[in-house]
Write a protein that binds this ligand. Structure first.
Ligand code: PLP
Length: 384
């Protein structure tokens, strides 16, 4: 037997309470029991999104709500500014193009943050833009983009919506949907919500509903209005992912019990320990100091070491699954996820497995340094 540790930024580990709830016998979705759990889940989602506006829940992976955001907000040929500094910004560009939008491409290096000043300038140059699209927490790079600052800028344009992919942001970093003027914020179940894959949620502001009224792009399963009308009656337009919704209700209860601020602070602490632990091994962080999220820590693979071998050995010999790099960074970076149901010893375990793996691959460093650095973060304030 080998004990397994899932240290990826999605799917993420699922707490036993949530798993057990999902294992209960099936119930029908047109029942008071389901409606009560569904209504409570929507309220819980409003809490994590920090919104009093509409939240809609779909049976899909995250990409479903990304596509829904485009289909529901725009008309063919609409101009949108798509910021992209990683794989998921690229995906928003691809979806926008698939729907015939006129994409103003704001491309950055994966190691850079999106500059809000550039967004301000691009909106001045393109006052007819109907949307700005930003990935808050870029899972491919670990970069955190400043959606608060971008929200301030977009707020001044009444016909332009700000669409935020916070699929690995929600529950890991601050994301104040209403206060920051974010019109559409999206997340997925297999991330900070501590569930298996299969659910995705989106917020819709009043400005986004105005965009919806004007939108003429084709939509059916992902038509926001179908969901809104049903949410108001504590139900769903189509058969929901019943077991996942019941699990979501339990997971959101756990988040409420810990308190969102504490959840985010825990993520910050785990991210800090992971970063310092990796740096103590002489590894270089991939994301720049001015924009690092709490969901995932990508680090450069050291010269002369096979990046794919790190991932393979950690998984096969030690049971610790981390993620490799994506696209151009395959084999060049490794990514440790710490998003959702994670605690201190997940980080210590992962750093220990990483140390043993690097030692096996002939990389020279001070053994134990990563673990000590992480312990130091976890013991801050203890006085030892
Ligand atoms: C930032 C971000 N956006 C979008 C997605 C796409 O979500 P899914 O794979 O659930 O469709 C992911 C998933 O990894 C993500 O991390």
């Amino acid at each position: 037997m080998q004990k397994k540790y899932l240290m990826t930024p999605g799917p993420t580990p699922v707490p036993a309470e949530v798993l057990l709830t999902q294992a209960a016998p099936m119930i029908h979705h047109r029942t008071p029991d389901f409606s009560a759990a569904f209504a409570q889940s929507i309220e819980g989602l409003k809490y994590v999104f920090q919104t009093t506006g509409d939240v809609l829940l779909f049976a899909s992976s995250g990409t479903g709500v990304m596509e829904a955001a485009i289909a529901n907000c725009f008309c063919a040929g609409d101009k949108v500014l798509v910021t992209r500094n990683g794989k998921f910004g690229d995906r928003m560009k691809g979806i926008s193009e698939a729907y015939g939008l006129n994409v103003v491409d704001m491309q950055y290096e994966w190691t850079s943050v999106v500059d809000p000043g550039d967004v301000a300038q691009m909106l001045q140059d393109n006052p007819d833009a109907r949307g700005v699209i930003v990935t808050q927490s870029e899972t491919s790079s670990g970069v955190l983009n400043d959606v608060q600052a971008i929200g301030e800028i977009v707020r001044a344009y009444p016909d332009c919506v700000l669409i935020v992919d916070s699929i690995t942001g929600i529950g890991a970093v601050e994301c104040k949907t209403d206060e920051w003027g974010l019109d559409v914020v999206m997340t997925g179940s297999q991330k900070g919500l501590m569930l298996p894959p299969g659910l995705a949620a989106t917020t819709v502001s009043e400005k986004a509903w105005r965009a919806y009224e004007r939108s003429d792009l084709p939509k059916y399963y992902f038509d926001w209005m179908k969901y809104k009308k049903n949410v108001e009656k504590d139900t769903t337009p189509f058969t929901p992912a019943v077991s996942l919704v019941l699990g979501l209700n339990v997971a959101l209860g756990m988040i409420r019990e810990e308190g969102l601020d504490n959840v985010i602070a825990r993520h910050a602490r785990l991210a800090s320990a992971t970063r310092l632990g990796c740096e103590a091994l002489g590894l270089k962080l991939f994301a720049p100091t001015e924009g690092r999220g709490n969901a995932v820590t990508p680090v450069w693979v050291p010269e002369g070491v096979d990046g794919k071998a790190i991932v393979k050995i950690m998984k096969n010999r030690y049971g610790v699954t981390i993620a490799g790099g994506q696209d151009a960074y395959e084999g060049r970076i490794i990514r440790v996820g710490h998003l959702g149901y994670f605690g201190e010893f997940d980080i210590i375990t992962t750093l220990a497995a990483l140390e043993m793996t690097l030692a096996e691959l002939g990389y020279e460093f001070e053994r134990g340094a990563g673990i000590i650095a992480a312990e130091t973060v976890f013991m801050a304030g203890v006085g030892a």
